[in-house]
Design a protein. Structure first.
Length: 433
């Protein structure tokens, strides 16, 4: 190559060298700067779904070449929730891998969409969408207890919350009214007796005497308030006190006013003592007024009253002033009002088997009479018997012209009318003059 050509080639070599230099430098920079992308992740299935909450989460399988600075889940009632458009979201740490999220503050019986998210320097990525529905609140289940200890202005009731419906029972009690189907919004009174499931007792007070009331137990949970079956009862007429100071409740049945309990006085209404006979032979041979407690246990008298012989009844002084031992005619009027001798026993007997032996057939105590099986004392040998099985009550005219008794049994609904001898020991019910 001649000199002229050489000089012409030198500029070309210089340019080529510069080109190679810069080309090599660009390739080196390209290899040292990694490409950053958004993260790759999946949304965990939704579990532990309740009325207002659930659990989910996610798994970040690739951080996209950049540190994950925030992760969690977003949810909404609309599809494809984002960090900018959602009903709620969680923040559950940083970095790749799995995480768990608690979704709270939800509405019951509602469909939601949830997505996991992960944020790095390139932006926020979302996992697959998962749909779920919260549970529906259910009403609690509650039954109404029987009404007991009825007086002229109070009673005792209660109930049993057998199922909370899946959410806590926050209030329970009974509600009552003189009209049917009382509610917490329409009542004459109600109680608040704690919370939760199980049995509870309610004190019903402030009632009017001789009045029919309707009672229902209630239970309140997140669903609302539910009510047990309706129970009906009648408050008593008033009270009366004997010469011993014993207090008796009274109830009006038809046109009659009766003591609700068997008489248990040890004094006549002139304040003289009634003879208490404990020996069997003395009872059999008694010729004057006498009483005894069943099995000579005074505790029996507190429940069933005393057993009196006819001689005490015929004095006309057993019952408090303005009251008398119920006569044959009084008992007949009562049993006729209760449907006749064949069915009256069932309507007059105390319910259940606390005092009556099984089966206490047909007992409804429809009028609150609370007939109890006080048994009797035998006229032949003075022995005690049949407590829990039968109730025997004297029934005669106050002047003692004749004797009669009325008997109810644990295994029947009838009332048996008899004419016993005066040496029997039997229960007494007083009726207002």
């Amino acid at each position: 190559m001649n000199k002229k050509n050489i000089f012409r080639f030198i500029p070309f070599l210089a340019f080529a060298g510069i080109f190679v230099f810069f080309s090599h430098g660009c390739d080196k920079d390209s290899e040292s700067d990694p490409v950053i992308e958004i993260a790759t992740l999946t949304t965990a299935s939704v579990s532990d779904i309740s009325f207002t909450s659930a659990n989910s989460g996610g798994n970040i399988t690739d951080d996209g070449g950049s540190q994950i600075t925030a992760r969690g889940v977003v949810w909404s009632t609309s599809a494809n929730p984002t960090l900018q458009d959602n009903t709620g979201q969680t923040t559950d740490g940083t970095g790749a891998g799995t995480f768990t999220s608690s979704i709270t503050g939800l509405d019951d019986e509602t469909s939601y969409y949830v997505r996991a998210y992960a944020t790095n320097s390139e932006g926020t990525a979302y996992g697959n969408q998962v749909q779920f529905s919260t549970s529906a609140y259910l009403p609690a289940e509650v039954t109404t207890g029987s009404i007991e200890d009825i007086t002229d202005d109070s009673a005792k009731g209660g109930g049993n919350v057998t199922d909370d419906g899946g959410s806590p029972v926050t209030a329970r009690g009974v509600v009552w009214s003189t009209t049917e189907d009382p509610t917490l919004d329409d009542n004459d009174g109600y109680t608040t007796d704690g919370s939760g499931t199980g049995e509870f007792t309610s004190e019903i007070s402030g009632l009017d005497n001789e009045t029919t009331y309707y009672v229902r137990a209630y239970a309140t949970n997140s669903w609302g308030t539910t009510y047990g079956e309706q129970v009906q009862f009648i408050t008593l007429y008033g009270t009366v006190t004997d010469d011993d100071g014993n207090l008796y409740m009274a109830i009006k049945i038809g046109d009659q006013v009766w003591m609700v309990e068997n008489l248990r006085t040890t004094k006549y209404n002139d304040d003289t003592d009634i003879l208490n006979i404990t020996e069997d032979s003395q009872w059999r041979n008694a010729t004057s007024g006498a009483y005894s407690w069943y099995d000579n246990e005074e505790s029996n008298g507190e429940i069933y009253g005393a057993l009196y012989n006819w001689f005490a009844v015929e004095t006309g002084k057993l019952c408090p002033e303005d009251w008398r031992v119920a006569s044959d005619d009084d008992w007949t009027e009562l049993t006729n009002y209760a449907g006749g001798l064949e069915v009256a026993g069932g309507k007059l007997k105390e319910t259940g088997t606390e005092h009556w032996d099984d089966p206490n057939e047909g007992a409804t105590d429809e009028y609150g009479f609370r007939a109890l099986p006080g048994g009797r004392r035998d006229f032949i040998d003075g022995s005690f018997g049949v407590k829990g099985i039968i109730g025997n009550w004297w029934g005669s005219t106050p002047d003692g012209a004749s004797t009669s008794s009325f008997t109810m049994s644990h295994n029947g609904t009838n009332v048996l009318r008899q004419q016993p001898v005066g040496e029997y020991g039997m229960s007494v019910r007083c009726i207002k003059e």
